[in-house]
Design a protein around this ligand. Structure first.
Ligand code: SME
Length: 172
């Protein structure tokens, strides 16, 4: 499905609101987790110039996060809950904003160019942590309260959508 790009000069709140509408239209009727998460990552990564690595780490085992889907250079494949900014977000089940990664004890440097980071939890309606969304920027202090609010609003929709549309596994 083709759609118009979101104008780069839109203020962040309007850009996030429009991006949410794009994602809602794109994933309508699709319950496959990877298809939905990949679409979210693609829309975010190609909309915001300050997003240099954009991706999910999914909860794949007890206290373990596994990368994907993502866009950007290659990310660490697995992150335990007791490591990094992603682990901190998974433990707290709350958004973590890091204005300067060098000031965050235990930050995992997947890329030497990363200067700031935001990690947002994807929490199912039943309260279970499904994944975290990690966004890294090469710009210092790149993420503000508009990014936090926009990403939390988006992931709230994604959690509701996946819970409502998840298809039963059907093998061809
Ligand atoms: N910086 C993250 C690790 C993931 S990569 O940056 C893609 C962290 O500290 O958890």
């Amino acid at each position: 499905m083709e759609h118009a790009a979101i104008a780069a000069d839109l203020p962040k709140p309007a850009a996030y609101a429009e991006l949410l509408r794009h994602v809602q239209a794109l994933v309508e009727g699709v319950g496959d987790e990877i298809a939905v998460l990949a679409t979210v990552v693609c829309e975010l990564h190609h909309t915001f110039a300050h997003f240099h690595w954009t991706g999910f780490y999914r909860v794949t085992a007890r206290h373990l996060l596994t990368v994907g889907p993502y866009q950007g250079s290659h990310g660490c494949l697995v992150i335990p809950f007791d490591k990094g900014v992603c682990g901190a977000c998974a433990r707290a089940m709350a958004t973590v904003v890091v204005p300067d990664v060098e000031q965050f004890p235990g930050h995992i440097a997947c890329s030497s160019t990363t200067r700031s980071e935001i990690v947002v939890p994807l929490i199912d309606p039943d309260g279970t942590l499904r994944a975290v969304l990690d966004v890294d920027s090469n710009d210092p202090d790149a993420f503000d309260s508009n990014d936090q609010a926009g990403l939390e609003m988006l992931l709230s929709f994604v959690a509701q959508h996946l819970a409502m549309t998840a298809a039963p596994v059907a093998r061809p």
